[in-house]
Design a protein around this ligand. Structure first.
Ligand code: ANZ
Ligand code: ZN
Length: 864
């Protein structure tokens, strides 16, 4: 066996591709007959090094890109960097480097590594979101949306670290504490910038129905996130004197008006104006409201926090019974920015309400009777009853099913003038401002005379200064000595720049449109975007199912409504790839150790490992997602050095379907490396200059030709259907077939069939192992596979298996004839026979006792 040498060939082919500039997307040219295809993987954060997850993600996209190019599409496959964000600030704080230098150095290192992967990327379109040319265009459309009312400012809650005196992002709050200071985080009100995504709630929901090439799971997650619900907004009037300013009563939102007779309290959020009014008058209420502000702002944190309530002493009147007074509480589990910020509580049928009243001793009155339950005996204990049933204990609603009772209750409240049926979304407006220095500055100036004023477009970009001080926590932009001082663009008075920067999710919400014309003088070049958009296939992690993918859909719509592009949906196809996993290893003292530090000393049931250095036994743990903290990672560059890039690409795609996790093992990468060498050997052993010959006459040659066509069909379908692993499995099988027909001593017909097989094989492996494919292609005497070779086609007649005709005898008499693929298993032939029209007519009214199939010959049916 000759050994394939990836260290020699891989760099050579990458250079050849770069010299020929073949991965540059074609210009937009109406006379170009090729259809366009836009393939994009989620762009990386420039953390410094690529990891195996990147190898898999970008290899998957590259398979599609190379496949589509070979099939005659004009392919756009760009790459860039999601380059703003916290890690750069943290590196700056810890190491005293500038976030800009740190980021661009990382980009340089990672670009080299990605290039080494042999990805067919149009590098001419590369940009980073921290390039002023990019974020300046972002500022331009931000101003457009602001003028249209889609950007606005209001008070919003932020996480405040009282020790570091800084606003924290949600991911910097760990178990309710600041990640650096360890201090208990508080919720604080701050003027915040918002994007009015809620204006698009219904459109975003409706649009999901058109995304039939998205995983159902992701669509469902977005649907839940948007959280459309319908119910009733109704006002409860105060029974006694109303507090000043609240004469109109308290408006609550409910999705369960059918349970109104089960109400035991009304509660407002601690951030509700009523709570604020009461707190202003009573320091004890004020203290309680502050107590509620402890802990993070995320919904999960609020849900899991202990229930806290404050009895205001006020009461409201039940809408269906003027004599029924309901107490009013302030409660920490009521969110201010959902519905109306106030609820009525029905503990029998809502778990949060039940937990609350069990703590504070309020009554529990069931009003929904489960099917078959006894109305006298039925009780609610620790668990609220949320199932179906009939309404009881409820006056005019008694006997109705839940849905009918909801309608009846809404009708009555509407007739009384107490409220109105309403649709409410869980989706909240998107808070886009961050009090951080390493981000896109909000292009607004605050003028004491004019208020907030947009920076004129000819003054964009509003650049970040080069000399920000990141040595301390907090907003480096706000404390810069001079940057914020400017004059009002409208009236010329001394004014201050906004010092907030934009959430990095804004940066990633439109980069795919910018790739269509990355140097355009406007944010988006309309002609380029209308040609390339939407992205035909987007690939990335499921962790982005909601935020990034929803924001991108929203911003695309907002920009489309601005006339910047036609597409409303940015990604028609979405694929979420699985993760890379690896066994974990620990020393006796519990420290994690890297796979490269250990040696497996026994396999099988008594599998054992030791530390290479000291011989200390190592505990082999579970297979888990590769992570730095558990040290169960492998370094791509080390693998590339040892096995070549192609073997690594092949392995991460061969072992499981692309949407599943793949376990990295030494055995696996070695298997891929063996495959690479076996392929190479088949090409190496084929003599040069094989002449075409009549293969049809030679049964062996003919069978190889047919196997080649079958392989082409199978691999084509596998790539189209994102089943790369099964395509690769067919390639492995095919090598076994080839091995049974070696070049040495072969007839001219078999040699000719081999030549066709190898020519096909080189092109079929190209999307997976592109360097090897070029070497093989070259070995066949051809030039430039990626440059010019079209995807192989197949003849359906050769793919189809032969059919045989089988006579069918019933009790020994020939009654019919059926057709079946040659070599079909007996059970299949039996099925075909029993389904046959003519056979069935003879079986009417009789019982089939036995069916005997003689493979490829005859079917005998015994009846009685
Ligand atoms: C009375 C009731 C009775 C409720 C019952 C539920 C069950 P979904 O379905 O998630 O939209 N709610 C309304 N606004 C709230 C807020 N700002 N903070 C916390 N909870 C709030 O939830 C709607 C239900 O959540 C509403 O219906 C309300 O409680 C509560 F047996 O009203 B319900
Ligand atoms: Zn002004």
């Amino acid at each position: 066996m000759v050994r394939y040498n990836p260290q020699e060939s891989e760099p050579r082919w990458r250079k050849a591709w770069a010299d020929a500039d073949i991965f540059r997307a074609g210009p937009i040219d109406a006379s170009d007959p090729r259809p366009k295809y836009y393939i994009l993987e989620m762009f990386p954060y420039p953390s410094g090094r690529i990891h195996m997850g990147h190898v898999r993600n970008y290899s998957l996209g590259d398979v599609i890109a190379r496949f589509k190019r070979a099939r005659g599409f004009n392919v756009l496959h760009p790459m860039g960097w999601d380059a703003f964000g916290l890690p750069a600030e943290n590196a700056a704080m810890e190491r005293g480097v500038s976030p800009r230098d740190w980021t661009y150095q990382n980009i340089d290192a990672m670009r080299d590594e990605l290039k080494r992967l042999g990805l067919s990327i149009d590098w001419s379109r590369e940009f980073a979101t921290c390039d002023p040319e990019y974020y300046g265009q972002q500022q331009a459309w931000f101003i457009d949306l602001w003028k249209r009312g889609l950007v606005y400012r209001r008070e919003g809650m932020v996480n405040w670290d009282p020790v570091d005196m800084t606003v924290l992002a949600n991911e910097q709050v760990i178990d309710g504490r600041g990640w650096r200071s360890g201090a208990v985080v508080e919720k604080r009100k701050l003027n915040q910038w918002f994007l009015r995504i809620t204006d698009y709630a219904d459109d975003l929901l409706e649009g999901l129905k058109t995304l039939d090439r998205w995983p159902d799971k992701v669509r469902l997650m977005q649907e839940n996130w948007i959280g459309k619900s319908s119910g009733l907004k109704m006002t409860w009037a105060f029974s006694g004197a109303a507090p000043a300013g609240f004469e109109g009563g308290i408006e609550v939102y409910t999705t369960r008006p059918d349970t109104l007779f089960g109400a035991s309290f009304v509660a407002v959020s601690a951030d509700h104006p009523l709570a604020a009014a009461l707190a202003a008058a009573d320091p004890r209420v004020d203290a309680f409201v502050h107590e509620c502000r402890r802990g993070g702002t995320s919904e999960a944190e609020i849900e899991s926090a202990e229930k806290l309530g404050w009895d205001t002493g006020l009461t409201v009147t039940h809408p269906f019974d003027p004599n029924w007074k309901v107490p009013v509480w302030i409660a920490n589990f009521v969110l201010m920015d959902y519905g109306t910020g106030a609820i009525f509580g029905c503990p029998a049928h809502d778990q949060r309400d039940l937990d609350f009243v069990r703590k504070y001793g309020l009554p529990v009155k069931p009003v929904v009777l489960p099917p078959g339950a006894d109305p006298v005996a039925f009780e609610v204990g620790k668990e609220a009853y949320v199932g179906p049933g009939r309404i009881y204990n409820s006056g005019f609603l008694d006997g109705l099913e839940i849905e009918a009772a909801k309608q009846a209750a809404i009708a009555r409240i509407e007739a009384q003038g107490h409220g109105q049926g309403a649709t409410v979304y869980r989706l909240r407006d998107w808070g886009i401002a961050r009090q951080r220095g390493w981000g896109c500055p909000v292009p607004i100036v605050h003028c004491p005379a004019c208020g907030p004023v947009a920076v004129p477009k000819d003054q964009l970009p509003v650049r970040l200064p080069d000399d920000l001080d990141f040595s301390r926590p907090g907003n480096a932009l706000a404390r810069h000595p001079t940057w914020k001082h400017t004059v009002c663009p409208t009236c010329g008075t001394a004014a201050e720049r906004e010092t907030d920067t934009l959430d990095t999710f804004v940066d990633s919400s439109w980069y795919f449109a910018r790739f269509t014309a990355p140097d355009a003088a406007e944010p988006i070049d309309r002609a380029a975007a209308d040609y390339w958009m939407p992205v035909d296939q987007y690939i990335g992690g499921i962790e982005h199912a909601v935020l990034h993918l929803l924001y991108a859909r929203f911003v695309t719509r907002a920009l489309a409504d601005e006339g910047m592009l036609k597409a409303k949906e940015p990604f028609t196809g979405l694929f979420t790839q699985g993760m890379l996993t690896h066994e974990t290893y620990r020393r006796q003292n519990g420290d994690w150790v890297e796979p490269s530090e250990i040696e497996i000393t026994a396999e099988g049931a008594t599998r054992r490992a030791i530390l290479i250095d000291s011989g200390e036994p190592v505990v082999i743990g579970d297979t888990e997602k590769m992570s730095k903290s558990k040290k169960n990672t492998v370094t791509p560059s080390v693998i590339f050095d040892d096995y070549g890039v192609d073997a690594a690409r092949l392995f991460v795609m061969s072992d499981s379907p692309p949407d599943r996790d793949v376990q990295w093992t030494t055995g696996g990468i070695e298997g891929a490396w063996r495959f690479v060498n076996r392929v190479w050997n088949e090409f190496d052993s084929q003599p040069p200059g094989v002449a075409p010959a009549d293969t049809a006459a030679d049964p062996k040659a003919h069978e190889l030709v047919r196997a080649t066509h079958r392989l082409t069909a199978a691999v084509t379908e596998a790539i189209d259907g994102f089943r790369f692993n099964s395509g690769i499995a067919r390639l492995y099988e095919f090598l076994n077939t080839l091995k049974t027909l070696p070049a040495e001593g072969a007839s001219p017909a078999v040699l000719a069939a081999r030549q066709e097989a190898l020519s096909t094989l080189a092109r079929l492996i190209a999307p997976f192992t592109p360097h090897l494919a070029e070497s093989c292609w070259e070995r066949l005497g051809e030039t430039g596979l990626a440059v010019a070779a079209p995807w192989p086609s197949f003849d359906p007649a050769l793919v189809a298996r032969d059919e045989v005709v089988l006579p069918v005898q019933i009790n020994g008499k020939r009654r019919a004839e059926i057709r079946a693929p040659a070599g079909s298993p007996e059970a299949e032939v039996e099925k075909i026979a029993l389904a046959d029209e003519a056979v069935r007519s003879h079986l009417e009214g009789v019982t089939v006792r036995k069916v005997i199939v003689v493979k490829d010959r005859i079917v005998n049916i015994v009846v009685g």
